[in-house]
Design a protein around this ligand. Structure first.
Ligand SMILES: Nc1nc2c(c(=O)[nH]1)N[C@H]1C(S)=C(S)[C@@H](COP(=O)(O)O)O[C@H]1N2
Ligand SMILES: [Mo]
Length: 307
């Protein structure tokens, strides 16, 4: 596993999963013995660094939370539905089509698409538009590797991603919660940015279906819905493609979806967030804390339009 300097957190700060588990067991025991008050007390003891906002750290969110609380509407609209309903989702065989305005379109078997030696670990803060956040140690590789291999034409300005459409395997697709298949897209410079990765695993384990197995997008400075799961197609376009949530509700969601604490969602504030596992809300940062790396891509654009 190669480590890159843009990892947001040095690996020395990653708490092994076992340590989390022990902390959580400790909390559960404390809660069982003493009820809610004891839970708060134990939390303060077990997580001394979480005492005040200025001391809040970016420790990875426990594996159990990362894999049991998320959105994946193909498996239901509740936050606990994906873990339950995706359990038996079969991801082999899996093919990925790379096409559109590229010199070398191709259909890849998953095994040919990913070179294990290219996998890196990236610990990223993730921010859902619903104002919860997590820190996740992803395994993946830069999306730019895939695009360079496909040789985009100079007319290619946008990259569109499509999720598998198979209502027999994805029961949520039997209901019109969204228009299926789920689609997402990035501008070419966003797609080529070194922070943008395709992920195949987290916490050093192959992705579980609920997190987007076998292949999903991870873009840490954008709201979570840009991180499309279970990708079967990557297509280069000359015009801006529609995206699932933008099409679903254009009054609430746009194309860019850059995290911006100053632009509220029409129905709630984006100024702060609840880090899963914490009690105190923390302030949300512009570009989710990655402004130094990505803000220059939007120079000259009104940041208020980039929600
Ligand atoms: N295909 C697909 N991808 C999706 C979604 C979805 O419903 N379908 N939900 C998105 C949303 S809103 C979020 S917050 C993330 C949550 O999943 P994660 O915690 O595994 O990143 O997945 C994103 N990717
Ligand atoms: Mo989300």
């Amino acid at each position: 596993m190669r480590k890159k300097p843009w990892d947001s957190i040095p690996s020395s700060e990653i708490t092994p999963e076992g340590v989390y588990k022990n902390r959580r067991d400790f909390l559960r025991t404390a809660a069982a013995i003493g009820g809610g008050a004891a839970l708060l007390g134990a939390g303060a003891l077990a997580w001394p660094r979480r005492g005040s906002a200025s001391q809040q750290s970016d420790e990875p969110t426990p594996f159990e939370d990362v894999t049991t609380f998320n959105n994946f509407y193909e498996f239901g609209t509740g936050k606990e539905d994906p873990a339950r309903n995706a359990k038996n989702f079969k991801t082999t065989p899996w093919t990925i089509k790379v096409d559109g305005l590229v010199g070398k379109p191709a259909d890849y078997a998953l095994e040919d698409f990913i070179k294990p030696s290219k996998l890196e670990e990236r610990v990223y803060r993730m921010r859902c538009v619903e104002a919860w956040s997590m820190v996740i140690p992803w395994q993946g590789f830069p999306l730019s590797d895939v695009l360079k291999r496909a040789e985009p034409l100079s007319s290619g300005k946008f990259v569109e991603f499509t999720t598998l459409h198979d209502p027999a395997r994805m029961p949520g697709q039997r209901f019109p919660a969204l228009r299926w298949p789920y689609v997402e897209a990035l501008r070419m410079d966003e797609a080529m940015h070194p922070l943008t990765i395709l992920s195949t695993g987290l916490y050093n384990k192959t992705l579980l279906p609920q997190n987007g197995a076998p292949l999903r997008l991870v873009i840490p400075w954008k709201y979570g819905f840009k991180g499309i799961k279970s990708i079967v197609r990557i297509r280069v376009h000359d015009t801006m493609p529609m995206t699932a949530w933008w099409r679903q509700n254009p009054d609430e969601y746009g194309f860019f979806a850059n995290v911006n604490p100053e632009v509220d969602h029409p129905r709630w504030s984006q100024a702060s967030e609840r880090r899963i596992g914490e009690f105190r809300r923390r302030p949300t940062l512009p570009f989710n804390g990655y402004a130094a790396q990505v803000a220059s891509m939007y120079a000259g654009m009104d940041p208020r339009t980039l929600y």
